[in-house]
Design a binder for this molecule. Sequence first.
Ligand SMILES: [Fe+2]
Ligand SMILES: [Fe+2]
Length: 360
Amino acid sequence: MLRIPTNITLSKQTATQLSKAVASFSQHGVLTNAPCLQLNIQAQLPHRQFSSTSRTRLREFFPEPEHGHQIQKTDAAWPHPSYGAEDLKSKIFFAHRQPKDFSDRVALFLVRFLRWGTDLATGYKHDVESPKKAGDENAVAATKPYQMSERKWLVRFVFLESVAGVPGMVAGMLRHLHSLRRLKRDNGWIETLLEEAYNERMHLLTFLKMAEPGWFMKFMILGAQGVFFNSLFLSYLISPRTCHRFVGYLEEEAVLTYTLAIQDIEAGKLPKWQDPKFCIPDLAVKYWEIPEGHRTMRDLLLYIRADEAKHREVNHTLGNLKQSEDPNPFVSSYKDKSLPHPGKGIENIKPTGWERDEVL
Ligand SMILES: [Fe+2]
Ligand SMILES: [Fe+2]
């Protein structure tokens, strides 16, 4: 009688190869049928050093962590405050704070210089007509991006977000260390600064679900972090106020970038992101608690832009305060509850920040 063996002992190497082959089959849709359209950056575009990930590897870039058997999920360290759907559109817009002193001008000059470098690095090209004044709707309409595509936007987002997560962490870390070594309280700044860094990293992780950078971009990110972290570290020790103003101006640019991307989607220039089958990552849906029916790329960018506007408000405000003695107005409660005050959400957001006498 013929016997079919049911127990086959595989060597470790063979087992690994086999599991890889099965994983590859499943990624090609043989074993699973993904209902969502994933943005396939590579398949339709010529090979470039940025975002050189093949479709099959793209989905595995940030696989769900294997928690073992007992943990179902790991919650976000800082749950995201909820944003009203109307507020996302009506209260968030490009705005520019006029520099008022030498320190402000230094911060603005540095941001403009960095912006020039980043545009070069991420291949961002547009007809720049500088935004004219704060809150001016035409300011944004007059800046017309061209030659952008979904892929180019993603390259820019990934690079920007990989840098954006640095300042909050540096500032939070230095204030933490200052508090420890000077035996002084911090007045609530550290939490907001670290939360900002965390929020920026969530932006980065969200975009990395859609595109993996190629080796050239990874190298640029590495270099940028090395330079940016160390310069900020030293600068923050010398003038924290200038650093907060610098971040405020940096966030103005971030709001502008996302506003232009949203405008591009609305104008029908980015068809892949308008495809009804295009799904934003689960990670983003959970983090921002994005309601059903509002899970398009445009919606996602509205949330992210609101976060950037929040960072802009926070840092411009912190730049107006006395660094060593003033409490953080964003986590404080106020005696007069009838007046609008700074908070974690965007209900009372002030695009160019709160002046010191408005919050203290
Ligand atoms: Fe961001
Ligand atoms: Fe930001």
